[in-house]
Design a protein around this ligand. Structure first.
Ligand code: SAH
Ligand code: SF4
Ligand code: F3S
Length: 495
């Protein structure tokens, strides 16, 4: 579809509002890999002496998109600021996963009105997953005139052109392609930090869990070529990065759409990652349905593949899993869980859980509790189900009152706290390898980092350790973090 902006009257035809029927057809469309990112000549220096600020909501995918947009803006001469009042361009990179995520964003856009009045030249842009929703765009057009620019997740590479229209035009610029997405390989990126990096291995999602908006906001599943990924990770290793996290909404579906590579999956890619001289490789997010034996076997080889698996279960009840459209039962999840545990005995496991799915009974919720007890997760992101317009679950009648959902969430969180404390207690007096990421946010005299199993460790040591892998002896295992002592002598022995 040609890039175009549109006025308030005719924009609706440029959207693909959530529609299961239409979205399912998309799998047949071919994905194109393009290298056509350019900055128009007259935009190359437009940002000189000017500043930008990007606020990011949502998942790692959004965090990484922010790095790409920062890279684009920096190519136009803009510099980053963390002060709203100093910014000439403010982009709000939004998340649509739950209603409260959206409300936060609207509150914030509302608050920017005064700033815009004080500084009329300021450009305010809204992008990310909310921009893919027609209702959201309608609402912004109707109620938030302070916004100059709205663009979707498939339009990031068009930021220079869109910014130009916003700077020099009078109308609000809206460009949200309903196109399911190509892969653009030559985008600049300005990574936050020099120790850890995110690398997209695939985009979109074709799982269509019945509660979820992501398959509509991010388009169809499409994998990057392995050689592009390998080259990017090698380059990061060369630059001295210590940890790479491979990203996708359902990384276990990696490679399925690469028709010329027969049976090339995440297991093959991870095997390639093992050969790269970077100390730590992680991946997220795993969908249990596509987690195959080859991947389990490769993870068992260890090396730079970290022993932490984020394996969202969503519910412990097979009946609920079925209406969620997850494609596995409680038993299959548990089989997979134990299989991975056997292959990677020291692995830590985290998960995502939704409570209060429409018509969830007390017994079904108890099945979730018992699964959590059996798996003894190290941590979990737990959510109350939030209906998303256009998804199949949003049309289901729901007989569970909100106070019951809240009470279930509290019970689940209490159990998670107990399990987290138990799992951390096992680290007492152990010596662990920590990648030192920086100063602790709470106390600048303390350094902070993660173990291979993704536990937070705080300890005292010289700032020169930042960016290094060090040995730390755990002296105090708390519920959500570990305090320890830096083992300087062991370090010396190794060198
Ligand atoms: N692709 C990932 C998850 C992305 S969204 C996966 O499948 O695991 C992150 C988490 O948000 C999900 O795992 C789910 O637990 C939660 N979530 C998604 N949609 C939701 C909704 N409508 N209401 C509440 N939680 C939701
Ligand atoms: Fe959403 Fe399911 Fe896709 Fe995860 S796998 S992004 S929960 S549809
Ligand atoms: Fe949110 Fe979009 Fe990520 S909806 S969770 S930012 S893919």
């Amino acid at each position: 579809m040609a890039g175009q902006t549109f006025s308030k009257v005719d924009f609706s035809k440029y959207f693909q509002p959530p529609s299961l029927k239409d979205a399912r057809r998309r799998r047949r469309e071919a994905v194109q890999i393009i290298n056509d990112f350019t900055i128009p000549d007259d935009m190359e220096t437009v940002g000189r002496e000017k500043r930008y600020l990007i606020e990011t909501y949502g998942c790692q995918m959004n965090e990484h998109d922010t790095e790409v947009m920062a890279g684009i803006l920096e190519k136009m001469g803009y510099q980053e600021t963390d002060e709203l009042k100093d910014a000439d361009v403010i982009l709000i990179n939004t998340c649509a996963i739950r209603e409260n995520a959206e409300n936060k964003v609207f509150g914030h856009i509302g608050a920017l009105k005064t700033l815009k009045l004080e500084k009329p030249g300021l450009i305010i842009g809204v992008c990310g997953c909310m921009a893919q929703e027609e209702v959201v765009v309608n609402k912004i057009l109707a109620k938030y005139p302070q916004v100059d620019l709205i663009f979707g997740t498939h339009n990031i590479h068009r930021l220079p052109q869109l910014l130009k229209e916003a700077l020099f035009g009078k109308e609000m610029v809206v460009e949200v392609w309903s196109k399911e997405g190509d892969i653009i390989e030559n985008l600049p990126q300005s990574r936050r930090g020099h120790i850890q990096a995110w690398v997209n291995i695939m985009y979109g999602c074709d799982k269509f869990c019945t509660y979820c908006i992501v398959p509509y906001t991010r388009g169809k599943e499409r994998s990057r070529r392995p050689e592009e990924i390998i080259q990017e990770v090698r380059e990061l290793a060369r630059k001295g990065y210590k940890e790479v996290t491979l990203l996708g909404q359902n990384v276990n579906a990696y490679g399925k759409d690469l028709k010329d590579l027969k049976n090339y999956g995440l297991g093959n890619l991870m095997d390639e990652m093992r050969k790269i001289g970077i100390p730590r490789i992680r991946f997220t997010t795993s969908h249990p349905k596509d987690f195959d034996d080859h991947l389990v076997e490769v993870l068992g080889k260890g090396g730079n593949l970290c022993e932490h698996i984020h394996l969202p279960v969503q519910s412990g009840s097979s009946a609920i899993l079925k209406i969620m459209g997850r494609g596995y039962t409680r038993e299959r999840y548990l089989d997979l869980f134990h299989k991975i545990k056997r292959a990677v005995p020291n692995a830590s496991f985290t998960t995502d859980i939704i409570v209060g799915f429409p018509n969830e009974t007390e017994e079904q919720f108890e099945e979730t509790m018992s699964l959590v007890r059996e798996c003894q997760f190290d941590g979990a992101f737990t959510f109350i189900y939030s209906p998303r317009a256009g998804t199949p679950a949003a049309r289901m009648k729901d007989n569970v009152p909100m106070d019951v959902k809240k009470e279930r969430l509290q019970r689940l969180n209490k159990l998670m706290d107990e399990l987290a404390a138990q799992s951390n207690a096992k680290y007492q007096d152990q010596v662990v390898e920590v990648l030192v990421e920086g100063e602790s946010r709470k106390n600048h005299d303390v350094l902070s980092g993660h173990t291979r199993t993704n536990k937070v460790v705080n300890f005292r040591g010289p700032k020169s350790l930042i960016g290094q892998l060090v040995k730390v002896k755990i002296t105090d295992a708390k519920m959500w973090s570990l305090d320890g002592e830096w083992q300087a002598e062991t370090e010396a022995m190794h060198q």
